[in-house]
Design a protein around this ligand. Structure first.
Ligand code: SAH
Length: 393
């Protein structure tokens, strides 16, 4: 069996069940494994640590499949992991037919993402190990979910880091057009082929519901609205007006189609194709203000190395949003950057409030929905965080 030996003293994180082996921890490799092959990881003294997938191109040189020596990594093993992940979602009882069924490392399947949109699965194979088992995983998913259709969206940038080229297309059945999902009483059309991520931000499901509950009779500003998730929730919750901003014309078109699909009041919705950084300043110049503002920007800091630049961007939009908030108003502000932890995020918002000369309190916290679980041994899985901020009346 091909074996990777760690440098002395570098076995700690694996003993704590963290599933990554970084290149800097590697002492030597015995054998000639190909990308994605299963290898055994051993400590410098030769003790068994894990079965893992080898990835020669990546700084994450191996990703753990199992910490149990007796376990063989084969189709039965993958079946067990998939069954467990799918069963965990059945416990959630969420009011939706769109769920993340497999959440990569957090479900013990590094590099595999599976989202279910009604009868269509959208899958991403994002690591050398997931890629190696692609055919097996496809047949198992068809069998275990009974879904008629499967579409591949392995075109995320992280594949490059694993030395894999992008790939997308139908794997099974067809792609329903339009593909419509139901969530908390609302319908959304999902663009699985061209949309962001696998087409929809499933991780914001519970937070969309919360915004709907807060929106009655409010003037709402939704920044980075994408296909309109928070905008529709706010309108369905009785918002007086919703101004939605995004730089993508396609996203705004989708959002407006979604509004009509739900027969929500079009006269209460305004759509603006623009840069949020500029728009917030313009709105301030125009003397506008709002009761409820949502800031859900794209990932400014994919890793900790981008944290400084990203912090400035987060501070900027939050500062201007706070200035646009009426006394007694609420700001729901998010970060989906893995490189910005919850403590740093709160510090950034604190700095923004200071510079905006606005008194503000944290009155709630947001996280990803429960179909995006966070393994206790893999804190990197907790990427989405949000704060509900209230400006005193
Ligand atoms: N809130 C959305 C998800 C936001 S994704 C939801 O719940 O579904 C981030 C969005 O920000 C994308 O739609 C992207 O087009 C948009 N975007 C990125 N940079 C932007 C900018 N500088 N100004 C406006 N929109 C931007």
């Amino acid at each position: 069996m091909d074996t990777l030996f760690l440098k002395a003293g570098r076995e700690k994180s694996l003993q704590h069940r963290h599933p990554w082996v970084f290149s800097g921890a590697v002492e030597r490799l015995k054998g000639e494994p190909q990308a994605g092959d299963t290898i055994i990881v051993r400590s410098a003294s030769g003790g068994f640590l894990a079965h893992a997938a080898y990835s020669p191109a990546s700084q994450i040189r191996a990703r753990v499949w199992s910490f149990q020596e007796s376990e063989a990594i084969d189709a039965d093993f993958l079946r067990g992991r998939l069954v467990r992940a799918i069963a965990a979602r059945q416990m959630l009882g969420a009011d939706t037919d769109a769920l993340r069924l497999v959440h990569s490392e957090s479900d013990g399947l590094p590099g595999l993402i599976v989202d279910r949109y009604a009868e269509t699965l959208v899958v991403q194979f994002l690591s050398a190990g997931a890629e190696r088992w692609r055919d097996t995983l496809i047949s198992l998913l068809v069998e275990l979910t009974g879904c008629a259709n499967m579409y591949e969206r392995s075109d995320a940038e992280v594949r490059e880091l694993e030395g894999l080229s992008p790939r997308k297309g139908i794997l099974h059945g067809t792609l329903p057009m339009p593909l419509i999902i139901h969530e908390h009483g609302l319908k959304y059309q999902v663009d699985v082929e061209h949309g962001q991520k696998t087409g929809f931000y499933l991780d914001q499901r519970d937070n969309r519901k919360r915004i709907g509950e807060l929106a009655a009779d409010k003037d709402v500003l939704n920044c980075f609205c994408y296909s309109g998730g928070f905008s529709l929730s706010a309108l369905a919750g009785g918002a007086k007006s919703v101004l939605s901003v995004d730089s993508s014309a396609e996203a705004l078109q989708f959002a407006q189609d979604n509004l009509r699909l739900n027969h929500l009041p079009e006269d209460r919705a305004q759509w603006l194709e623009a840069d949020v950084f500029k728009t917030l300043r313009n709105l301030r110049d125009q003397g506008k203000s709002f009761d409820l503002i949502v800031l859900d920007p794209p990932k400014f800091a994919p890793t900790a190395q981008h944290a400084t630049k990203a912090s400035r961007a987060y501070k900027d939009i939050n500062l201007w949003a706070l200035k646009l908030l009426r006394p007694g108003g609420l700001l729901a502000t998010f970060s989906c950057s893995g490189g910005i932890g919850p403590e740093l995020f709160q510090k950034i918002i604190g700095g923004a409030a200071l510079d905006a000369h606005v008194d503000a309190h944290v009155v709630g916290h947001f996280s990803a929905s429960a179909d995006h679980p966070v393994s206790l041994h893999f804190p990197e899985g907790e990427y989405l965080k949000g704060l509900l901020i209230r400006r005193p009346a």
